[in-house]
Write a protein that binds this ligand. Structure first.
Ligand SMILES: [Zn+2]
Length: 188
């Protein structure tokens, strides 16, 4: 495994900025983490920076700031991790807990992916390329997660894979092949 600034200790990702979200609950008893789900999000859509995603996941977004925000008013969601355009990583929910990112979903016939997955949001949109730095950091983070939670090793999916009729993210600009190549190198 290549050198990385990240490490998983007690459900926390060291190297990530910790920002507590109230939007989580317990995973069902005896549930092992066995899937990593990749998403994209931007607020407002396709606009970056501003700190609105962070506020949204903390239920502190000022809905009056932008007309789009009114369409998501009151939604209570979260992800375990968010990777900003700069490559900075934020952690909102401990990996031992169940974050609210997938919604109605199924993977290999198992429903309710939130129960047994880790959700990673990339600051991005379906219309724009991701930053190289986001791929590099994502590969580092997924490599340490797969080491900490070995059942996720062969189980990576996009939100659109587990909720195909409802969701399109991480979208057509997410380069799965490039990402898998980086991940493979990272794990060597
Ligand atoms: Zn998503």
């Amino acid at each position: 495994m290549q050198a990385t600034p990240f490490q998983v200790v007690d459900g926390q990702l060291l190297g990530a900025r910790q920002v507590a979200s109230p939007n989580f609950n317990q995973r069902p008893e005896q549930t092992e983490i066995q899937l990593i789900v990749i998403h994209n999000i931007s607020l407002p859509p396709s606009q970056f920076g501003g700190g609105y995603i962070e506020k949204f996941f903390q239920n502190q977004l000022d809905w009056s700031v932008h007309p789009y925000f009114q369409t998501i008013e009151g939604m209570q969601v979260s992800a375990h991790l968010l990777i900003l355009r700069t490559g900075e990583v934020l952690q909102f929910v401990n990996f031992k807990d169940r974050a609210w990112h997938a919604g109605r979903s199924s993977y290999l016939g198992k429903v309710e992916c939130n129960d047994y997955s880790i959700g990673i949001e990339l600051e991005g949109s379906d219309d724009l390329n991701f930053e190289q730095n986001q791929y590099n950091v994502l590969a580092q983070v997924v490599a340490v997660l797969q080491r900490a939670y070995p059942k996720t090793d062969q189980h990576l999916a996009g939100h659109s894979d587990i909720a195909p009729k409802r969701k399109t993210d991480p979208g057509p600009h997410f380069q799965w092949n490039e990402f898998r190549t980086l991940l493979h190198k990272q794990k060597q």
